[in-house]
Ligand binder design. Structure first.
Ligand code: SAH
Length: 216
């Protein structure tokens, strides 16, 4: 089955990049989500046949659904626990939110392109991911009403770590975020918030994401 082959490919990618990730393999529960979430439901009709290839795909409006390997490692590096509340900046297709849905208690996700956000919301409801809440807005400012979060995942590249997001992260919480520009290399950063709000960040690996937009 195509989805299981994709999972095997991700396992190989993880093994090949274990020195970057500082782990040999990903959590079983993360792998199980990748093996169950129907990625073909999250891509446009005309690219469904590519849904289980390990690469990003266009979802319209100049945006993309991330490469499954990247979704896998970003999710895994957050070390999520079942009671966690997670914030995502960049709902896109809703695929990353669906993966998170089975791993944590609540997922809050923000999308700036209204048409994408509405479509993702409809899709997540239809597929039964009922612990995901989608909002249309500028995720740069986070979602104060539901803060603090145990973990934050940013799925678009930011020029810097948005201060409202670090404020809304719990002490001990982790944020995964690609930082950089469209033209220079972006680095995937794993940021941990320590006592007194001190941030410790670790560079994971170079990545390529669409940019964070908005008026900030
Ligand atoms: N996580 C998505 C892929 C995200 S692509 C998925 O699983 O499909 C990045 C998304 O971030 C795009 O949909 C883009 O519109 C959105 N985005 C960019 N800047 C944003 C902002 N400031 N606030 C919220 N969403 C933003």
């Amino acid at each position: 089955m195509a989805r299981q082959e994709l999972v095997n490919e991700i396992k190989e990618n993880v093994r090949a990049t274990r020195f970057y990730l500082d782990r040999e393999k990903l959590d079983e529960k993360v792998m199980r989500m990748l093996a169950t979430v129907p990625r073909h439901e999250f891509v446009p009709q005309d690219s469904r046949r590519f849904a289980y290839e390990n690469r990003p795909l266009s979802i319209g409006y100049g945006q993309t659904i991330s490469q499954p390997y990247i979704v896998a490692i970003m999710t895994d590096l957050l070390d999520l626990h079942p009671d966690a509340k997670v914030l995502e900046l960049g709902t896109g297709s809703g695929y990353q939110a669906a993966i998170l849905s089975g791993l944590v208690k609540e997922v809050y996700t923000i999308e700036i392109v209204e048409a994408l956000g509405l479509k993702a919301k409809e899709r997540l409801v239809r597929l039964g991911y009922d612990n995901v809440t989608v909002k249309i807005g500028d995720g740069y400012y986070g979602w104060d009403e539901h803060a603090p979060f145990d973990a934050i995942i940013v799925t678009a590249a930011a020029s810097h770590i948005p201060p409202p997001l670090t404020q809304q992260l719990k002490v001990g919480g982790k944020m995964i975020i690609p930082v950089g520009t469209m033209f220079l290399t972006q680095q995937l950063l794993l940021v941990t918030k320590q006592e007194k709000g001190k941030l410790v960040s670790r560079q994971i690996l170079p990545v390529r994401f669409v940019p964070v937009t908005g008026g900030h």
